[in-house]
Design a protein around this ligand. Structure first.
Ligand SMILES: CC(C)(COP(=O)(O)OP(=O)(O)OC[C@H]1O[C@@H](n2cnc3c(N)ncnc32)[C@H](O)[C@@H]1OP(=O)(O)O)[C@@H](O)C(=O)NCCC(=O)NCCS
Length: 155
């Protein structure tokens, strides 16, 4: 089940950040800012048997949306949870009237890039040295409107 993220979820989510993004994990204060202060952020979690298996942070900024964070616990990957979270973000952005959605992803993150391409994103540009270790990011974008998120997800 996908539901809104709450402060009580942050201990588990911060553990997952350390596991999934060891080079640059978001800290609790980053999530608190997103939850309580960022007016553009919509945070959601995928919960399974009372345990958080994944989470996403979507920014809705007028006609543009951005995926700021998306992750699935290592022992829950490969079961469609990332795709479900992405479809939830696409639907939320589309219902908010956004025309385009974008994200940045490490060029080495083949698994995430594969998911994003299957969800209809295309590589639009490379951001050189975007990450702290100097790695480049792919800027990926996807138009919104109509039922493209359903088509792209093969539903
Ligand atoms: C990227 C990530 C969110 C994908 O979530 P997931 O729940 O494992 O993905 P899904 O099971 O929904 O799979 C969707 C697609 O992802 C890709 N994928 C998933 N597991 C994969 C694997 N082991 N190898 C290659 N591609 C894989 C495939 O394209 C898959 O499509 P398919 O099911 O038609 O084959 C997850 O691997 C993750 O959290 N990784 C660590 C954090 C991260 O890199 N986040 C993204 C930052 S931009």
């Amino acid at each position: 089940m996908i539901r809104g993220m709450e402060e009580k979820d942050l201990e588990r989510i911060c553990e997952l950040e350390e596991e999934l993004f060891p080079a640059d994990p978001w800290q609790k204060h980053n999530f608190l800012y997103e939850l309580n202060e960022n007016p553009y952020a919509r945070l959601s979690v995928f919960e399974e048997n009372g345990r958080i298996a994944g989470y996403a942070d979507l920014w809705i900024m007028f006609e543009q949306a951005q995926i700021a964070n998306l992750a699935v616990a290592g022992d829950c990957q490969g079961r469609g949870i990332g795709r479900e979270l992405m479809n939830h973000c696409l639907k939320t952005a589309e219902e908010a009237g956004c025309e385009v959605i974008s994200l940045e992803v490490r060029v080495s993150n083949a698994r995430a890039i594969s998911l994003y391409e299957k969800c209809g994103f295309i590589r639009a540009a490379v951001r050189k040295g975007y990450y702290e270790n100097g790695e480049d990011a792919d800027l990926m974008i996807r138009p919104l409107g109509g039922n493209q998120y359903d088509n792209a997800a093969g539903n």
